[in-house]
Ligand binder design. Structure first.
Ligand code: NAD
Length: 265
């Protein structure tokens, strides 16, 4: 049998992507579908997800899952639905996230708690529910979507930035234990991407600040994030575990000096 015939006999791989109704999650779902995977697209916004799936048109390869990643009972049901529909799970992308930019002293406990529930509890709950299913077919890969706001502090992000810093350490904790049993866990840290979330929290001043701090002097594209996420879930990343990959045009690599460089140019 040729190598091609052998690979044709391999089971189709399955990914579960949270927050897949729009933005980075939707772009990632498209990438996995283009690569021939089956994709479970999870979101709590029913109409948005239904519309996105209709536009995609991959009727048998994609399934909708309506759930809130901050609710343990929703997450258990969601993973059971995916296993029942596709019979296996090879990749989990913990992408669902929310943002609320406010000064520290104006951030209420309710606002803080809401951000933590989705951004930090969500990846914990989803990974704990998904891992046992992955292990039934030998393991898999998890990618947690953190942020450059998890690397470096800034104004207005006390809840968001702290939740994403938590995701970065959660990734290492999960990588330590799950790597030992066949599940690689890594984080992708997007720089600014012009999604609905960014439109909500990025004022013109914040946009200008980002341009000033990013060597490539632009926002990222949803598709650029999807490529990195897919790579980390694929067998091409088979020895990468516990890493934080910034996809940010160089933001995390640099400090002062860019505006002077540009002014001099
Ligand atoms: P987005 O708001 O466009 O999309 C997020 C999706 O997640 C939405 O469809 C929303 O309905 C869903 N969602 C939110 N909370 C949920 C929950 N509790 N349960 C289920 N679904 C939920 O956001 P985006 O910009 O595509 O962001 C995706 C991820 O990337 C987030 O984790 C975000 O923090 C991260 N990120 C984004 C940027 C950026 O500039 N856009 C930068 C850094 C990190």
């Amino acid at each position: 049998m040729t190598e091609n015939q052998e690979s044709a006999l391999e089971a189709t791989k399955v990914a579960l992507i949270t927050g897949a109704a729009r933005g980075i999650g939707l772009a990632t779902a498209k990438k996995f579908l283009e690569e021939g995977w089956h994709v479970a697209m999870l979101d709590r916004e029913r109409d948005l997800l239904t519309g996105a799936m209709e536009a995609l048109g991959h009727r048998n390869a994609a399934m909708p899952v309506f759930a809130d990643v901050s609710k343990p009972e929703d997450v258990s049901r969601a993973v059971a639905e995916v296993e029942a529909a596709f019979g296996r799970l090879d990749a989990l992308v913990n992408n669902a996230g929310i943002a609320n930019f406010k000064p520290v002293l104006e951030t209420s406990f309710e606002e803080w708690s809401e951000i933590m529930a989705t951004n930090l509890n969500g990846p914990f709950l989803c990974t704990n529910a998904a891992a046992p299913v992955m292990l039934k077919t030998g393991g898999g890969a998890v990618v947690n979507i953190a942020s450059i706001s998890g690397f470096r502090a800034s104004t207005l992000r006390v809840a968001y930035g702290t939740s994403k810093a938590g995701v970065l350490h959660l990734t290492k904790q999960q990588a330590a234990e799950l790597g030992n049993i066949g599940i690689r866990v890594n984080a992708v840290c997007p720089g600014p991407v012009d999604t609905a979330m960014a439109k909500k929290v990025h004022t013109p001043e914040i946009r200008a600040d980002y341009h000033a701090a990013i060597p490539m002097n632009r926002y990222g594209l949803e598709s650029e994030l999807a490529e990195a996420i897919f790579f980390l879930c694929s067998d091409k990343a088979s020895y990468i575990n516990g890493q934080h990959l910034a996809v940010d045009g160089g933001f995390e690599a640099t400090g002062i000096g860019l505006t002077t460089l540009r002014d001099d140019g």
